[in-house]
Design a protein around this ligand. Structure first.
Ligand SMILES: Nc1ncnc2c1ncn2[C@@H]1O[C@H](COP(=O)(O)OP(=O)(O)O)[C@@H](O)[C@H]1O
Ligand SMILES: [Mg+2]
Length: 298
């Protein structure tokens, strides 16, 4: 097609409501299905250093390493073990806050300890667009495509398997606190369980308070490592837009940092990537005191 005509057509299509989302959905579905057809998931890369292995799980000594559910993750990412022997292993707290979206479990699956993320359901009060995107699988395919692009990075837990029909992802389980847990441990009110009763769960000031709490607790010590991870993800065409302390894990064994949660990541090759990359940089700059090229500088 004549390049000018193509450009005009693309610009016209971009003005049709929902066209960017529809184009992205098509792109991430194709990318995921292509990876499955190329048997990328059969490659079995070594887990990242802080990934848990079946022999680390206390109940395996008694029940063996066969497939089963080990624990349920709650809204703040605390893990509630099923078997009593596993309770001390997981970071259970006294009260469980049910998750607002998606069920998350730690499972044993084919010899790996994985987080099982099932992309079914949005909270009832979610905007209609979020319901539609969830229904069509946009978040599921987006996270799958992103994790497949990042599968060789030492700082992202590896995707082990995915189920298209049940929209389920299996990702290596990394044991450790999130940066959010660490801030909360120092007494700052940043967890959903603390904020929900105060009506601050969706408070626009919430991010600012989280950022300040992190910075005042010496968060800048992590800046260099976060910048490295961000650059490595960007080099693979992934720019997470869900930037927050709860999406960065500190591995318990090595102290290395891991980035999780890619359902809303911008992906190179899909509409508006350049703009979203600048938006992602603005977010990581704000959270972690970096100075990556953001809006107007890119
Ligand atoms: N691979 C993983 N290893 C260990 N914990 C994880 C992993 N993935 C997610 N978690 C925990 O579960 C929480 C929620 O997972 P996430 O993918 O961020 O879902 P959500 O979209 O609901 O934020 C994280 O904040 C983290 O505490
Ligand atoms: Mg998250």
């Amino acid at each position: 097609m004549n390049p000018e005509l193509r450009r005009a057509l693309e610009q016209g299509l971009r003005r049709v409501p929902g066209m960017n989302a529809a184009t992205k959905l098509l792109a991430v579905r194709l990318e995921t299905v292509k990876a499955l057809l190329a048997r990328r998931l059969d490659e079995n890369p070594l887990p990242v250093p802080d990934a848990v292995t079946p022999s680390d799980i206390p109940s395996v000594a008694e029940l063996g390493p066969g497939d089963r559910v080990l624990a349920e993750l709650d809204q703040d990412g605390f893990a509630f073990a099923i078997h009593p022997a596993d309770v001390p292993f997981f970071n259970r707290r006294s009260e469980k806050m049910p998750r607002l979206r998606y069920r998350l479990h730690v499972v044993l699956r084919r010899g790996y300890v994985c987080v099982r993320k099932r992309f079914i359901g949005q909270p009832r009060n979610a905007p209609p667009g979020a319901h539609l995107s969830a229904l069509l699988g946009l978040f599921f395919y987006n996270e799958a495509a992103a994790l497949l692009r990042l599968r060789d990075l030492p700082s992202v837990p590896r995707i082990r398997d995915l189920h298209l029909t049940t929209r389920t992802l299996f990702v290596d389980y990394v044991r450790g606190q999130t940066l959010q847990h660490q801030v909360a441990e120092r007494g700052q009110k940043v967890l959903d369980i603390d904020l929900a009763p105060l009506g601050q769960l969706f408070d626009p000031e919430r991010d600012r308070r989280e950022i300040e709490a992190f910075a005042s607790g010496g968060g800048e010590a992590y800046s260099g490592r976060i910048e490295e991870i961000v650059r490595a993800m960007n080099a693979r065409g992934v720019a997470p837009l869900d930037v927050k302390l709860g999406n960065v894990l500190i591995g318990e064994k090595t102290g290395a940092l891991y980035w999780v949660d890619f359902e809303r990541a911008a992906l190179e090759g899909t509409p508006r990537y350049r703009e979203q990359l600048a938006e992602h940089h603005d977010l990581v700059n704000r959270w972690f005191g970096l100075s990556l090229p953001g809006d107007g500088q890119a």
